[in-house]
Design a protein around this ligand. Structure first.
Ligand code: ADP
Ligand code: MG
Length: 232
C-alpha cells in the first residue's frame, strides 16, 4: 500500500491487574499494526478478544502496559495527560456502540461540544456542525434532545460530534451494534460516505461481515495477537 502510515502500534501489550479473586489478565500480548492514511480498516474478533482495549489504546483513551503507539511521529504512549487530551480532541474521533450524547443538550449543542473545548471560532464551527448534521440527514433535528431522537438518529449525531474537529483518525467501536439492520445499514452508508468526503482514516471494530467487506483491510484479533491481515 502506497499511502503513508498514519498510526503504528508496535508490540502492544495490555495486562489488566488482578482484582479480587481474578488473576491478572493479559488481553493483548504483542500486537503490531499500522493504519495507513485514508484507508478503511476493519478489526474483527470474538467477544472479549481485546478489540475495544486495542481501539482505546490507539486513541489515547487507555495506555498500553508496554509497546509503542506512534501517530505521525509522536509517541502517544509517552504523552502526559494534557498532551493526550489535546491529541484526542484534535486528531481522534471516537464513535462508540452507545452514543453517549449529553441528555440535556440538543443535537447541535452535542456536536459542538468538542469544538468548544478546542477554542475555535464559534460561527465557523456552528456552520460546520450544521453541514455535518445535514450530510447525516438530520437538518430537521438540530434542536431536538437525544431522548427525542431514534437510535439511528442518536448515533448519527454521535458521528457528527466525532467529526466536528476534523480528526485525521476515526475509531469506531461497533458503531451499529445497537441498531436494527435497516438503521445499521443506513448509518454505515453515511459514515462511509463521510470517510470519503472528509478524507478520513477509519478503523472500525465490527461483528458484521457486511461492514468488513466495505473495508480495504481486515485485522483479526485472536489470543491477544493479530491473527491475520487480509487484503480484500
Ligand atoms: P472486546 O471489545 O473484543 O469484546 P475488550 O477489549 O472489551 O474485548 O475486553 C478484553 C478482555 O479484557 C475481556 O476479558 C475483558 O473482561 C477484559 N477487560 C476489559 N476491560 C477491563 C478492565 N478495565 N479491567 C479488567 N479487565 C478488563
Ligand atoms: Mg468491545
Amino acid at each position: 500500500m502506497s499511502a503513508p502510515i498514519l498510526i503504528q502500534g508496535t508490540g502492544i501489550r495490555k495486562v489488566y491487574d488482578a482484582k479480587g479473586s481474578r488473576g491478572a489478565v493479559e488481553v493483548l500480548s504483542g500486537v503490531d499494526l499500522s493504519i495507513h492514511s485514508q484507508e478503511r480498516l476493519a478489526i474483527v474478533g470474538s467477544s472479549g478478544s481485546g478489540k475495544s482495549t486495542l481501539l482505546h489504546i490507539l486513541g489515547g483513551l487507555d495506555t498500553p502496559t508496554s509497546g509503542d503507539v506512534v501517530f505521525e511521529g509522536s509517541y502517544i504512549n509517552r504523552m502526559n495527560s494534557t498532551e493526550l487530551a489535546r491529541f484526542r480532541n484534535q486528531q481522534i474521533g471516537f464513535i462508540f456502540q452507545f452514543h453517549h450524547l449529553l441528555p440535556e443538550f440538543t443535537s447541535l449543542e452535542n456536536v459542538l461540544m468538542p469544538a468548544l473545548l478546542s477554542n475555535q471560532d464559534k460561527e465557523t464551527m456552528e456552520a460546520r456542525a450544521i453541514s455535518l448534521l445535514d450530510a447525516l440527514h438530520l437538518s430537521h433535528r438540530l434542536h431536538h434532545r437525544p431522548t427525542e431522537l431514534s437510535g439511528g438518529e442518536q448515533q448519527r449525531v454521535a458521528i457528527a460530534r466525532a467529526l466536528i474537529n476534523k480528526p485525521k483518525l476515526v475509531l469506531a467501536d461497533e458503531p451499529t451494534g445497537n441498531l436494527d439492520k435497516h438503521n445499521a445499514t443506513a448509518v454505515m452508508e453515511l459514515l462511509l460516505g463521510l470517510q470519503e468526503s472528509e478524507n478520513l482514516t477509519l478503523a472500525i471494530v465490527t461483528h458484521d461481515p457486511m461492514i468488513a467487506t466495505h473495508c480495504e483491510r481486515i485485522y483479526e484479533l485472536q489470543a491477544g495477537t493479530i491473527l491475520k491481515s487480509d487484503a480484500k
